[in-house]
Design a protein around this ligand. Structure first.
Ligand code: HEM
Length: 143
């Protein structure tokens, strides 16, 4: 009898261990499923991130376009507080140059709101320093 009871107890213990092990595996599987679900979401999120840089180059070609102005735009900036001038097909905002010009402020204020190509060329045509200074003030082309 004692042997039989011992065997029964052993069987109950073994069955119990098997049940516990099975539950442990189930839990692990559920945890893995959750991890897999998160991984899927992450790859879904990656897709729009890839799409965004693809959109940016489409905007970039627009930026190099040079601004175009008419003489009407230039003549709207004819004072020392906002001085635009047109020289040989380009438009310049020379407001900040008025008080820096070695040849005096009046020479520059005389250009404000006008096409001053002839005044500029007569004084500085072919001179490298005035040319490079002028280039630094360019805001666009004259249409
Ligand atoms: C935005 C247009 C202009 C720019 C960027 C400019 C720039 C310059 C620069 C950089 C100098 C010094 C050159 C040097 O020492 O090597 C200079 C001198 C001079 N500029 Fe202009 N200039 C402009 C327009 C004019 C105009 C329209 C006139 C005349 C109407 C003029 C008259 C003079 C004179 C007389 C000097 C000699 C000053 C001196 O040496 O005492 N400039 N300019």
């Amino acid at each position: 009898m004692k042997k039989t009871i011992g065997i029964v107890i052993a069987l109950v213990v073994i069955v119990g261990v098997v049940v516990v092990l099975k539950n442990t595996n189930t839990t692990t599987l559920v945890a893995n499923d959750t991890t897999n679900t998160v991984t899927t979401d992450t790859s879904t999120n990656t897709t729009p991130t890839v799409s965004t840089p693809a959109t940016k180059p489409a905007v970039t070609p627009t930026k190099p376009k040079v601004a175009g102005y008419t003489m009407s735009d230039v003549s709207a900036h004819a004072t020392a507080s906002s001085c635009w001038t047109a020289v040989n097909g380009s438009v310049y905002d020379v407001t900040s140059w008025i008080n820096q010009h070695p040849g005096g402020a009046r020479a520059i204020t005389g250009m404000c709101g006008k096409d001053a190509s002839s005044a500029y060329d007569n004084q500085h045509g072919g001179q490298s320093r005035p040319e490079s200074e002028l280039a630094s003030f360019k805001i666009g082309v004259l249409n």
